[in-house]
Design a protein. Structure first.
Length: 179
C-alpha cells in the first residue's frame, strides 16, 4: 500500500453489515490543531449500527455518503499538527472519531471536547483493545450519573419544604415527664 493511501471501512449506501466495504482511501493528514492516530483497535457500539442504518437517522448525526464506520478507537499518535500541545508522536491514545474509527488512521482535534472528535492519553496498564471501548461507554455512564444526580437533587428540592415543616413540628427534646 503506498504511503499516501490507507484502508478504511466505508459505506456507499445506508443499511446493515452488508453495505460495509474496506476501501483504499487517501491517508488523512493532521492539520493545525489536529493529531493523526494510527488505529490499533476500534470498538463498535449499537449506535454505530443505528446511525448508519438509514439516511434520516444518519442526517441527525451529521453523516452523509460516503461515510466511514465506528466511533471508538485506540492507537498511537503518528502526526501532530501545528499548534498542538499535550500530544507527541508515539503517545498511546484513545477517543472518539464519529463514523471514522474503523480505519488505519483517524484525524481528530487535539482540543477534543466531543465524543465525535477527541483523544485522551491511554493510562498505563490499559491495553488498546480495552481503551477502544471507553469513549462511548464512559460518556454514557457519565450521562447516567448526571441524570441520577439531577433526579436526586430535584427529589430533595421537592421534599425540602416537607422536611422543613416536619422539623418545625418535631419537639426540641423528649417530652417532659410528669410525676
Amino acid at each position: 500500500m503506498p504511503a499516501n493511501t490507507s484502508r478504511a471501512v466505508r459505506l456507499d449506501s445506508f443499511g446493515g453489515p452488508e453495505v460495509l466495504n474496506i476501501r483504499q482511501v487517501p491517508a488523512p493528514q493532521a492539520g493545525p490543531g489536529q493529531i493523526r492516530v494510527r488505529v490499533t483497535a476500534a470498538g463498535l457500539n449499537p449506535m454505530d449500527w443505528i446511525m448508519t442504518a438509514d439516511a434520516d437517522t444518519a442526517a441527525r448525526f451529521g453523516l452523509s455518503l460516503p461515510a466511514g464506520f465506528g466511533t471508538d478507537y485506540a492507537g498511537v499518535v503518528d502526526q501532530v499538527g501545528d499548534g498542538v500541545t499535550g500530544f507527541a508522536p508515539g503517545m498511546r491514545v484513545f477517543g472518539g472519531a464519529l463514523s471514522r474509527a474503523v480505519a488505519d488512521f483517524v484525524v481528530v482535534d487535539a482540543a477534543g471536547g466531543a465524543a465525535a472528535n477527541e483523544a485522551h492519553q491511554t493510562p498505563d496498564g490499559v491495553d488498546d483493545r480495552t481503551a477502544a471501548t471507553l469513549t462511548i461507554a464512559g460518556r454514557t455512564a457519565a450521562a447516567a450519573l448526571a441524570v441520577a444526580e439531577a433526579r436526586t437533587i430535584a427529589g430533595r428540592l421537592r421534599c425540602q419544604p416537607l422536611l422543613d415543616r416536619a422539623a418545625d413540628l418535631t419537639p426540641a427534646g423528649p417530652p417532659a415527664r410528669t410525676a
